[in-house]
Design a protein around this ligand. Sequence first.
Ligand SMILES: [Zn+2]
Length: 134
Amino acid sequence: MMAVPRYWREIPARYNLIGKRCKICGNIYFPPRSICPVCRRKSVGQMEDYKLKGTGVVESYTVIHVPPPHFEGEEPYIMALIKLDEGTYVTGQIVECDEKEVHIGMRVRATFRKIMEDGEKGAIYYGYKFVKEE
Ligand SMILES: [Zn+2]
């Protein structure tokens, strides 16, 4: 378990928006944590999976003009820090939204989309992106 890089272990949680909820204090963590930083040792064995609703508000954003390799989607694209309604933060791409339209405080919701395609392996990866909430 320790030999597996953190990045790969976190992928299922990142792509499914599943965090952890501390049964003692009720705080929700995303990415998931195995121990609650508030309750510390008392929280061992008291952390349960928690599916986030995926709705929230744009706290800040940046428009990126040069995408990474294999990136799927339009250019330029918008990356935003989103405060979810549960109070935790996630970083995600905002799609179907003009860079002139995005603004701090805009309501968004998560949607399941193609994240990237590995041409050599033929693999397609899916995950969440965000769209403006109607
Ligand atoms: Zn706690």
